[in-house]
Design a protein around this ligand. Sequence first.
Ligand code: SF4
Length: 250
Amino acid sequence: MEEAAAAPNCLAGVRVLDLTQFEAGPTCTEVMAQLGAEVVKVENPRGGEPGRILGTGPKPGADAYYFMIYNANKKSVTVNLKSERGLALLKEMAKRADVFVENFAPCWPEFDIEKHTGVKISKGIYQQDIVETDTCPYIFYGYSVNADGLVSSCFLDWGRKLVIGDVRTQSMKSIWNSDAMNALRLQHLDGRRKQNQVCGNCGQLSHCLPDNIDAHRPMLLEKFKSRVVIDPDLEPPGGTNRRFAAVAAE
Ligand code: SF4
């Protein structure tokens, strides 16, 4: 029984250089750490990995539980990747590592990860070319129910700016068919994504897109309009992209 419960340690002696952040990357290196690897997490000296402040922790100012779950059993060091000295140090560390893991992707709306980390991102998360797209496919697949019952149009709405309903007071079907959700869909199908303060600044569509549905936009728009009755002037969630509004007004 005790033997079965013990960590297998099959990665003992393996050194992992970990430049991951948030969730997907840290989950990968967390499993490596649990299997006995020596995982050295490299973080930004100005506040560390952004996941450290996502949500609540055991006390004010402490790391968030979110961060703890994905980063237990790891070593941590801060390196300024914007400085020559920091880059040289990182390259030296890479020479001594067996595995290098990173997951830099500017997918979070309104969060400039290149500015935050100093890392220039030239490829998408699937190593695809980075292309701008008009239409978000996620809002046609599903939505996200947050822990407090509020429903967001997508899983990236950590700022609760794309709220389309509340499961405590509404049925899931009515939220799926709500004016708020449909107004957002119409905005995207109309090619007006950039007008949205949140969606217009979302890197998911350029760097992490699973499906590019832009080519089908005219057909989808036609079908949408034949089935959904909605006030075309209804303001979708997300607010107005002030940068876009300023350019449009010029
Ligand atoms: S474009 Fe908007 S709805 Fe789509 S993933 Fe980004 S923030 Fe979410």
